[in-house]
Design a protein around this ligand. Structure first.
Ligand SMILES: Cc1cc2nc3c(=O)[nH]c(=O)nc-3n(C[C@H](O)[C@H](O)[C@H](O)COP(=O)(O)O)c2cc1C
Length: 178
């Protein structure tokens, strides 16, 4: 039997263009080992489970923050408001950790991960599972601490640019069939 031909390769630019139309929030994922914090800007974040509460983040295999999360066993995510765009830029740059955190107002979560002050909300997770995924590593964390901040517009990432969400409109999901 002849094997199936390989599927046609997807052009990477086209794939990027498709995923750029998937709007997301922006978070800063952090961890700390001893006195050394680490953090990076992340939009690949997903709520996975309610029981137990769990989230998943996808970090590049090359991210300097990854080994810090792995050694710590905990990580945090701070969800950025539209006013915190400068933090998104700073934590997306290749900088020594000390510079990323210089003059950044943050406070420690119970297991030491830094939470950025002024975030829309934040959570700290215990790292439960680590799954290598091509050029990324998926980190599944059980949420062990949550904080809800004030009301503010979220920072949105869309089409490789920052955007803001204009207002909200409640879902109208009724149990009745149409
Ligand atoms: C809006 C935005 C979203 C990003 N999302 C991710 C992500 O989900 N995962 C990831 O590994 N890198 C992501 N990055 C890139 C990292 O923030 C960037 O590579 C950073 O320099 C890594 O820092 P580190 O090597 O100190 O950990 C994103 C960057 C931006 C601007």
């Amino acid at each position: 039997m002849t094997p199936d031909p390989p599927p046609p390769a997807i052009d990477p630019d086209r794939f990027r263009a498709v995923m750029a139309r998937w709007a997301t929030g922006v978070s800063v994922v952090t961890a700390r080992v001893g006195a050394d914090p680490a953090g990076l800007t992340v939009n690949a974040l997903l709520s996975v489970s309610l029981e137990p509460p769990a989230v998943l983040v996808s970090l590049s295999r090359d991210a300097d923050t990854l080994p810090v999360v792995e050694r710590s066993g905990y990580f945090a995510a701070s969800f950025l408001s539209a006013e915190q765009r400068a933090l998104s830029e700073r934590f997306a740059r290749t900088l020594p950790s000390a510079e990323k955190f210089r003059d950044v107002a943050a406070h420690p979560a119970p297991h030491g991960s830094p939470l950025l002050d002024g975030a829309l909300a934040a959570l700290e997770c215990r790292l439960r599972t680590r799954v290598p995924a091509f050029d990324h590593v998926l980190l599944l964390g059980e949420v062990v601490h949550v904080e809800v901040g004030g009301e503010a517009a979220p920072l949105v990432y869309y089409r490789s640019a920052y955007a803001t969400a204009e207002g909200t409109d409640r879902l109208r999901l009724s149990a009745r069939r149409p």
